[in-house]
Design a binder for this molecule. Structure first.
Ligand code: NDP
Length: 346
């Protein structure tokens, strides 16, 4: 099975018609391999909001566009089934930020190949964890939460942090790192069930359903009586304005994503109205692309493994079974259908 992008869509909602499922891909055998080639079976694939940007066909997005009529690719884990590369053997675990959306694949991992360094072997402790952890608790969004909060946010004990999309892949990790740093944490999500998870499992100080409150600004005012010091922004749009209206002097905004805008048509995009508050309250707003900051990944793994071993870290995953569900799950992530980190078990 392979999942291919049929056509680019510059703006608006993607649908299943934008993808093709190819069922007839052959299973590669050892005899078919050339020197330096490795055959693998894909196990887990991460389904992430940034993939929408790769479907616009525009090079303005911060990640290269997918190729039309070629498989999508993204974060994932796989197991080697056959190898003609001296450093890989059957059973080795492969991890990558660019694993194609195919069940069985062959890749040249020789030093001159385009995949050299893009697909690597999980080593040491990382070779022993459950395969879904590479797209879950140790995956890119969880690391994004850790890095964004610590390095961009520079939180101080006692400060109030707000995080949007709180029950998602990034959000749930932000909440737990922030709580352990002694912050007061307020989170939002798009359903009562998600809000319950934020309160009961993740133990946020306040949580609300952003879809049902009368006014976002009033909901934040009520939830943050001492104002907002830090905002971990996953959504932009109207929510960002509501935060700006409640932000404290020297507040910081960790600009992580803007999912409320990813699928809007250009003429429908939300025009922020409260940006002057950045000046008035002397706010620092800083964006980052985690792809460029993997230098601290080992430190993150050590930290999270310690928390897991002490039973102090929850990471809810929303795993769909079967690669052919990929398009449906990606569409779901952009529409708030996922509850926890969205992934495919191939
Ligand atoms: P999630 O697991 O949080 O899934 C996306 C969630 O966004 C949905 O479940 C939905 O939850 C929420 N959502 C969808 N539409 C809207 C909307 N219009 N307004 C508010 N919320 C909405 O995704 P991730 O945790 O993986 O990603 C969160 C954000 O972080 C994204 O913007 C993503 O692009 C960004 N990101 C940035 C990175 C970087 O390097 N800068 C790296 C990784 C992620 P709900 O039911 O609550 O609405």
């Amino acid at each position: 099975v392979k999942v291919l992008l049929k056509q680019y869509k510059a703006e608006g909602r993607i649908t299943e018609d934008d993808f093709a499922i190819n069922q007839s891909a052959p299973v590669p055998q050892e005899a078919d391999l050339k020197p330096d080639e490795v055959a693998y079976e894909t196990k887990f694939l991460s389904v992430d909001p940034y993939m929408r940007g790769r479907i616009t066909g525009s090079r303005d997005s911060y990640v290269e566009p997918f190729e039309e009529n070629e498989p999508l690719d993204g974060y994932g884990s796989a197991v080697v089934t056959a190898s003609k590369h001296s450093q890989y053997k059957p059973g080795d675990i492969l991890v990558s930020a660019h694993l194609p959306w195919v069940k069985y694949g062959v890749v040249n991992l020789g030093s001159g190949s385009s995949y050299h360094g893009k697909i690597t072997k999980a080593e040491g402790e990382l070779a022993k964890v459950p395969l879904e952890w590479h797209v879950g608790v140790l995956g890119m969004p969880s690391y994004t939460a850790w890095y964004g909060l610590e390095v961009i946010g520079k939180p101080k004990r006692g400060e109030t942090l707000v995080v949007s999309a709180g029950s998602g892949a990034v959000g749930q990790a932000v909440i737990q790192f922030a709580k352990s740093m002694g912050l007061r944490v307020v989170a939002s999500a798009g359903s009562e069930e998600k809000v319950k998870y934020l309160k009961e499992t993740l133990k946020v100080d306040e949580a609300f359903n952003y879809k049902t409150v009368d006014s976002l600004a009033n909901a934040l005012k009520k939830a943050c009586p001492n104002g907002i010091d830090l905002y971990f922004d996953n959504v932009q749009g109207e929510f960002l304005d509501a935060v700006l209206l409640n932000i404290n002097v020297y507040g910081r905004i960790i600009a992580c994503g803007g999912i409320s805008q990813y699928e809007s048509h250009r003429h429908e995009q939300y025009g922020n109205k409260a940006l002057m508050m950045i000046v008035a309250r002397q706010v620092r707003m800083e964006g980052f692309i985690i792809l460029h900051h993997y230098d601290r990944y080992n430190e993150f793994v050590k930290d999270v493994m310690e928390r897991i071993n002490k039973g102090q870290f929850h990471y809810k995953m929303d795993i769909a079974h079967g690669l052919d569900k990929g398009p449906q799950i990606l569409i779901g992530v952009l529409n708030g259908k996922n509850f926890g980190k969205a992934a495919l078990e191939v």
